[in-house]
Ligand binder design. Structure first.
Ligand SMILES: Nc1ncnc2c1ncn2[C@@H]1O[C@H](COP(=O)(O)OP(=O)(O)O)[C@@H](O)[C@H]1O
Ligand SMILES: [Mg+2]
Length: 393
């Protein structure tokens, strides 16, 4: 017979141990032992409940109880399986105690069989009959005291889980705030450029100059639109992934960083043409990943250096390698770089770039590897991303 038993969800907001959770369930299938034990416990104001069947015993334990007193005969006429099932379904904090009233005497085939049956029941205390009432009571009191400790551990685990949830919520808020700040920063640059261009157009300019300034302003506006679109696409609507040409995205990122690359005296060696590998992605996401890695590489080359970008197709996968001859990542920072807010750039860093990168990779099922070296003569960092190859359509 299969019975479905669910442990009561023990969540009272004040973390109080309820009466139900401390009651003792009694089950003695033959004779009047059950009623006698119940009368004894009631006299001592120990809450108890006499069960009439093993199934009822199981249901009551699952509802919530402090301990159970069961006569071993229960396992002679009944299958022990439902009780074993209840015991095995206990939550991690629980080790439900059971006092088993055994029949004393020699070791027989039957006593050996019963011993094997009760083994999987867990926290079992054997009391050989006839039992003196004081022995039963002191054993039960000890068992209930230990059970209270289990409830305390449960309550501490719940408090810890709630605190952790609150921490996660506040961390999410902080991430949102920082993201808003970095997007505002991204948008501010083109807006400043547009303001300057409009200022110039107010002056005395020739028609061809006006055309040029208008063209520039339009390009800057397109940048703003692109940034907001990308942000909305990534954080709000999951845009449909399409066949995306990796080389094209690499190109567009290098264009975007053109002025920074020049200013940092960085030489670029890109080998992304030729086989023109295509992956399934939203172009915005792949662009964001490449932009984050290239941005970090430029940051790492304060006194110039070399930036390598290479695609290779191997076993139905595209490997994009982005390497730099920059300062390298400190060994103690390396294991944490994909976590939010990890930055070595002080006020100028957000520590979000690689975290966002990792989120995008996870979402698309891509993988990333990083190697970094900080030797005086030979320092640098290599990131390589692997993405499944798609047939170009
Ligand atoms: N190519 C690289 N060379 C050296 N350090 C790097 C490189 N890429 C990442 N890092 C390290 O990882 C940290 C986290 O990077 P990231 O998440 O993009 O945040 P941020 O750029 O805002 O600091 C950086 O602060 C830097 O210490
Ligand atoms: Mg960064």
């Amino acid at each position: 017979m299969a019975i479905c038993i669910r442990w009561r969800t023990p969540l009272s907001p004040e973390n109080e141990i309820s009466k139900t959770e401390l009651r003792t369930i009694i089950f003695t299938p033959t004779g009047r032992d059950g009623d006698l034990i119940a009368a004894l416990l009631e006299r001592l104001a120990i809450l108890c409940h006499v069960a009439r069947s093993l199934e009822e015993t199981c249901a009551l334990i699952a509802e919530g109880a402090g301990a159970a007193i069961v006569a071993e005969e229960a396992f002679i006429t009944n299958s022990v399986a439902p009780l074993t099932e209840v015991m095995q379904r206990q939550p991690a904090w629980s080790d439900f105690p059971m006092i088993l009233l055994t029949v004393g005497g020699r070791v027989t085939y039957e006593s050996e069989r019963l011993r094997a049956l009760r083994r999987p029941l867990g926290n079992i205390l054997l009391l050989e009959r006839p039992i003196r009432p004081e022995t039963l009571i002191s054993t039960l009191e000890n068992v209930l005291r230990a059970r209270r400790r289990q409830y305390q551990i449960r309550d501490q685990m719940q408090q810890y889980a709630r605190a952790q949830e609150a921490l996660l919520r506040s961390e999410k808020l902080a991430v949102t705030g920082r993201l808003a700040a970095s997007i505002a920063h991204e948008i501010n640059n083109p807006l400043e450029a547009i303001t300057n261009l409009l200022y110039l157009m107010r002056g005395n300019v020739r028609a061809d100059e006006r055309q040029y300034l208008l063209g520039e302003a339009e390009q800057e506006l397109a940048r703003v639109t692109e940034i907001t679109k990308q942000t909305l696409r990534f954080y709000r609507e999951p845009a449909q992934p399409t066949h995306t040409d990796v080389a094209q995205v690499v190109d567009s990122v290098l264009k975007l960083y053109g002025s920074r690359i020049k200013a940092a005296k960085v030489r670029v060696q890109a080998q992304c043409r030729g086989d023109a590998p295509v992956v399934l992605s939203t172009p915005g996401e792949l662009r964001q990943v490449i932009a984050n890695l290239v941005g970090n590489a430029i940051d790492a080359m304060k006194t110039g250096g070399c930036l390598w970008l290479r695609t290779a197709v191997r076993q139905r996968a595209v490997r994009l390698t982005i390497a730099d001859s920059g300062a390298g990542i400190p060994a103690d920072v390396l294991p944490t770089i994909f976590e939010p807010f990890v930055t070595t750039k002080g006020e100028t860093g957000t520590g979000l770039g690689l975290w966002v990168t990792a989120e995008i990779l996870k979402k698309n099922g891509w993988s990333i590897r990083v190697r970094s070296c900080r030797k005086p003569q030979r320092s640098g960092t290599i990131f390589s991303i692997e993405m499944p190859l798609m047939e170009a359509s």
